[in-house]
Ligand binder design. Structure first.
Ligand SMILES: Nc1ncnc2c1ncn2[C@@H]1O[C@H](COP(=O)(O)OP(=O)(O)OP(=O)(O)O)[C@@H](O)[C@H]1O
Ligand SMILES: [Mg+2]
Length: 247
């Protein structure tokens, strides 16, 4: 079993089955990209794999222990929300990034150095005193990533990290992903914007109507992709999966 293992995960909303029996392993240090059409279940799945929501049935294991029995899960597994506004907790950009490290009882000087480093990385050091509400959509998304980065989680989920970002911001997020990958952080990126990130992916998963329809080597999965999955093969505009990045 991987560092994270999902077994028989279902999630029903009333009688609507949003997830229909997901078995999945995420291995330490890998970068997995999960794609799927709108409504295929990416966000629901990511919240369950992080322990932020419970499945209707099935179990998620972290290092072999069911998530429900794991203590201090937030220090190990981070999730950057699809909707950044849902994630902000601080009155200012600085306070927002500092919230996680403070909660984890970092000593004050470590909080300050973590926050300063992160603000530089996400390009918001000049706006440290602004309120999160006053940021642009792309800046909000970068701040949401920063808040999670500051906690130093070794497993990180990013739900649509490129939504609403301009070219510079996409590159900023890609640089962060690249560094995290080099540092051995386990990454799961849920997105349909494959052309931006597939170069970093060790594995590609396809979600289709709540089912894990395919998974494996990026080129192989793209070769098997059919239009009915609702995911566009990014190689239509470039030659190979290794070319798929905006970096
Ligand atoms: N709280 C909820 N109540 C009812 N249905 C829900 C709820 N959350 C999600 N769903 C349904 O579950 C399905 C999967 O939703 P999810 O948000 O996981 O899709 P997604 O793949 O992330 O889509 P997108 O690409 O638009 O972000 C959708 O049909 C959605 O309507
Ligand atoms: Mg989603």
């Amino acid at each position: 079993m991987g560092i994270l293992g999902a077994r028989g995960i279902t999630r029903n909303f009333g009688d609507y089955p949003a997830l229909r029996g997901i078995d999945l392993d995420i291995y330490q240090g890998e970068c997995v990209v999960c794609a799927g059409a709108n409504g295929s279940g990416k966000t629901v799945l990511s919240r369950i794999l992080c322990g932020l929501a419970a499945p209707s049935s099935g179990v998620v294991y972290f290092k072999g222990t069911p998530l429900a029995e794991c203590s201090g899960l937030r220090t190990h597994i981070g999730l950057v929300f699809q909707d950044p506004d849902a994630q902000f907790v601080g009155e200012t950009v600085y306070e927002d990034v500092a919230f996680g490290p403070r909660n984890l009882c970092f000593p004050p000087e470590k909080v300050h150095s973590a926050v300063s480093g992160v603000l530089k990385k996400i390009g918001l050091d000049a706006k440290a005193d602004w309120t999160p509400r006053s940021l642009s959509g792309g800046e909000k998304r970068r701040l949401a990533i920063g808040g999670i980065l500051a906690m130093g989680c070794r497993v990180l989920f990013m739900d649509e990290p490129f939504a609403n970002l301009d070219w510079t911001s996409v590159r900023m997020v890609l640089e962060i992903i690249k560094t995290l990958k080099q540092d051995g952080v386990t990454l799961v990126i849920l997105t349909h914007e494959l052309e931006k990130v597939l170069a970093f992916a060790d594995r590609l998963l396809i979600l289709d109507n709540g089912l894990l329809a395919d998974g494996g080597n990026c080129e192989d999965v793209l070769d098997r992709l059919t239009d009915r999955r609702g995911v566009r093969d990014p190689r239509r505009s470039v030659k190979t999966a290794a070319d798929c990045t905006w970096l």
